[in-house]
Design a protein around this ligand. Structure first.
Ligand code: HEC
Length: 330
């Protein structure tokens, strides 16, 4: 014990000494420290705006789904306390990967690095200065609302399937709309990519989410795994779903979805009222493989199995094979 106590009292003596020095040079030190902080503190224009462009504005811009736009300093300024809170607690950007376990590297990782979080927090703590407007990065350019996202890789879709439109009045309870479309193909074709979306921007406000189920006379039992037939029929499986922020599904090389003549899309659209009347369809863009060598591997929808006895699992129950216990529409 003795040596530790000696250590401690020595430590206290050093602290007292430093305290004395600080008082002696208090004014000078304080000024110097403020200078250092001002010089080192990040600014919106130089340090924070580029992070927001890369990690926030996909959702936080006019016409997208987040509640406020974070593109200009004026837009951002009223939110800085909430921003510090949300980024330091890893709530924003939404990215729910456990940092302590499992796969950590994802191509489309939208989360913030520790450095970026640190920059934002230090910027807010320093009073969220604008900095020199000349440091502002050029504004990001966004694709038009009506452009399929996969176009940049694959060109225009080969087929666009459009559901019958639905008009949601200004005030109403939620609706589930389930029209059907035929896919206009006369021979079996392999699908390379699919993308789905409400047909125009206003529709993206009333479509909470939408699912496209594929119905076709596929003899392959794997094409309709248990849990995939919950739209009501035994020959339907989920092909694609849309909710705000969703991108396209492109199948891996040599892999695809085989579409058969007579295939149909059964839509399941969850629609909600937003205070004004809006009419919209939902669309499915389909990119086909060229005819010729066929992909070797067909893709199958595979619901994640939940642990046994989970109240919200997708496990088929023994008495109801193929029955999905998950939420309706999943
Ligand atoms: C994938 C879309 C998405 C991205 C990316 C995203 N946000 Fe959000 N953000 C949302 C949505 C949706 C909400 C509203 C729901 C909520 O509050 O959680 C929200 C809410 C917030 C709020 C709370 C607003 C309030 O009402 O208090 C803050 C602050 C915020 N975001 C900051 C950010 C910042 C900063 C980034 C980037 C570092 C970011 N978000 C990235 C979608 C996104």
């Amino acid at each position: 014990m003795q040596p530790i106590r000696a250590e401690r009292s020595r430590g206290r003596a050093v602290l007292r000494l430093l305290g004395g020095l600080a008082i002696v040079g208090g004014l000078t030190l304080a000024v110097a420290r403020a200078d250092v902080r001002a010089a080192a503190s990040p600014t919106f224009a130089k340090d924070v705006a580029p992070i927001f462009q890369a990690k926030c504005q996909d959702c936080h811009r006019v016409g997208s789904m987040a509640p406020m736009s974070l593109t200009t300093f004026e837009e951002v300024r009223p939110w800085v306390r909430a921003i510090k809170e949300r980024v330091s607690t890893h709530q924003m950007p939404p990215w729910h990967i456990d940092r302590n376990v499992g796969v950590q590297k994802f191509k489309n990782d939208i989360s913030l690095s520790d450095d970026q979080i640190d920059t934002i927090v230090r910027w807010v703590d320093a009073g969220a200065p604008m900095g020199d407007p000349k440091d502002m990065p050029a504004p990001r350019q966004w694709p038009s609302d009506n452009e399929w996202q996969a176009t940049k890789l694959l060109g225009a879709p080969d087929l666009v399937i459009t559901s019958a439109p639905y008009t949601m009045i200004a005030h109403h309870q939620d609706a589930w709309y389930r029209p059907v479309n035929e896919i206009p193909i006369t021979e079996a074709r392999w699908v390379r990519a699919v993308e789905m979306r409400p047909s125009a921007a206003p529709g993206r406000r009333i479509i909470h989410h939408a699912v496209a189920y594929l119905e076709q006379d596929d003899k392959d039992p794997l094409a309709f795994p248990p849990g995939s037939a919950n739209a009501g029929g035994e020959r339907r499986s989920m092909l694609m779903e849309w909710a705000i922020g969703k991108q396209y599904d492109m199948y891996r090389p040599n892999t695809g979805k085989l579409l058969l003549p007579g295939a149909k899309i059964w839509w399941d659209e969850h629609i909600h009222a937003v205070g004004e009347e809006i009419t919209t369809s939902v669309q499915l863009g389909i990119w086909l493989y060229p005819k010729g060598p066929e992909p070797k591997y067909p893709t199958y929808p595979t619901p994640f199995p939940a642990p046994k006895n989970s109240p919200c699992g997708n496990e088929p129950t023994p008495d109801k094979p193929g029955q999905n216990k998950g939420p309706p529409g999943f």
